[in-house]
Design a protein around this ligand. Structure first.
Ligand code: BGC
Length: 433
């Protein structure tokens, strides 16, 4: 209990640094009465749901939700509007165009935090306070998470899950080739292990994919080198992106990339995780959607793969949460509310998160219902300090993320550390609120 309270404080502090407003949500006049008064079987009609869980192991999670939605809301017809591309790399542009053209889906996937604030500021989504209240409000969702979905007293989306981004996925059979048995204590020890693997004939022991996966790797290195408190300060208006800590992180990141495969900008994450599964690489830093990929290939936790926090980030939970919205002028708001009620329910969260690798956003889904990895993630979420993810919309707006991504993509080609530091500083200056 005490640990939980401390985390809540740490989380709230982290959130306040990224410009989220908090406070008790007021009932919204425009939000409907939500789950409790929906007609039995649902509002009826097509319900277009936009995500980027288009195929592979991610689609398995969406399929689990679709199945339950059909069972619970037999009047409604689920229409899958998914656009492929990890982290929404293609989906977000299509979504922006659809919203701009007055053609919103009935509900779309967004990230809790700064990314969601973009849609709120652009007046593209409606409050869903009443749905959250009907689902149990802050008695079932952490208040610190609700704060991240709240602006001026209104809650703007229903969280479906919480993912952790700072996880190294490991192939123990590959480590064996270099006689590595222990988890590295910090980034330097990890880099030394990468060197041993290379010397043992593993040509690219660390797998990476396209730009967003590199941004994610970089954010974890920033957390390791700055520490969580300094990392969390990076998103405040006065932040210093040219500090010795950031420079050290850039140097570590450059070193890590020297042990990685060659990737193209658009390469998607399953390829990088599969490199670990197939024994081509020893390590991949990936969010815990990777669990679903291991499971889909029948790989066994503790035998075929293991995991640890990115060295130097133990005790930190690099956080992101998928959450679903009610767009303004949705064609079927009643059906959208059915969808939101489902994904926010304990049953929906259990079905989805079991398949997705993430943990429920709700606190009343027993951890004993989940396999070992998710149990460990639930325990970490309770006791760790929280750092918001850059790559996955928690820490920065889409515009800022896009500038950081350009800087990281440029660096992938040039390897010029001084330029990366000044590009990151310029991005912060341009975008920090
Ligand atoms: C989403 C996850 C998804 C991952 C890879 C993240 O931005 O939050 O749900 O699995 O991207 O596509």
């Amino acid at each position: 209990m005490r640990a939980q309270a401390l985390v809540a404080v740490a989380f709230a502090a982290a959130l306040s640094l990224v410009g989220c407003s908090s406070g008790t949500p007021a009932a919204s006049p425009s939000a409907s009465s939500g789950a409790s008064t929906a007609p039995a079987g649902g509002a009826g009609g097509d319900v277009g749901v936009f995500t980027w869980w288009a195929d592979g192991s991610e689609k398995v999670g969406l399929d689990a939700l679709e199945k339950l939605f059909k069972e619970k809301y037999a009047n409604d017809t689920f229409v899958n509007l998914a656009v492929a591309g990890g982290a929404g790399s293609n989906a977000k542009a299509k979504l922006a165009a659809d919203l701009q053209n007055g053609n919103p889906p009935d509900s779309f996937q967004g990230h809790a935090g700064a990314e969601l604030q973009d849609y709120i500021r652009a007046d593209q989504i409606e409050p869903v306070n009443d749905i959250i209240t009907a689902l149990g409000g802050s008695s079932v969702f952490p208040q610190s998470l609700l704060d991240r979905l709240t602006v001026q007293g209104n809650i703007y989306s229903v969280p479906s899950n919480i993912h952790r981004a700072n996880v190294v996925w490991v192939n123990p059979a590959v480590l064996k080739k270099a006689g590595i048995t222990a988890e590295p204590a910090d980034l330097d020890a990890w880099i030394a292990d990468l060197g041993k693997l290379k010397a043992a004939g593993v040509s690219a022991p660390l797998s990476v994919a396209g730009t967003w996966t590199q941004v994610q790797l970089f954010e974890t290195v920033l957390i390791a080198d700055l520490g969580v408190d300094e990392y969390n300060k990076l998103f405040a208006a006065s932040a210093n992106w040219e500090s010795d800590g950031v420079k050290k992180a850039v140097a570590h990141y450059a070193k890590l990339l020297s042990y990685a495969n060659t990737a193209s900008d658009g390469d998607d994450w399953p390829g990088a995780t599969d490199a670990v599964i197939d024994g081509k690489a020893a390590y991949n830093v990936m969010g815990d959607w990777a669990v679903a990929e291991f499971t889909s290939k029948n790989k066994k936790d503790g035998e075929d793969y293991t995991y640890f926090p990115v060295p130097g980030t133990k005790g930190v939970f690099d956080f992101l949460a998928d959450s679903f919205t009610l767009p303004k002028n949705a064609k079927n708001p009643g059906g959208a509310k059915d969808w939101l009620a489902l994904i926010g329910s304990a049953e929906g969260q259990k079905a989805f998160n079991l398949a997705k690798g993430s943990i429920p956003a709700r606190t009343d889904v027993p951890s004993s219902d989940f396999p070992a990895y998710q149990q460990s993630a639930m325990a970490s979420f309770k006791s760790d300090k929280i750092a918001p993810s850059i790559a996955h919309g928690a820490a920065v707006s889409q515009a800022w993320n896009s500038d950081i991504s350009s800087a990281i993509s440029k660096f992938y080609g040039s390897k010029n550390q001084a330029t990366l530091v000044s590009d990151l500083a310029a991005a912060a200056k341009k975008n920090a609120a």
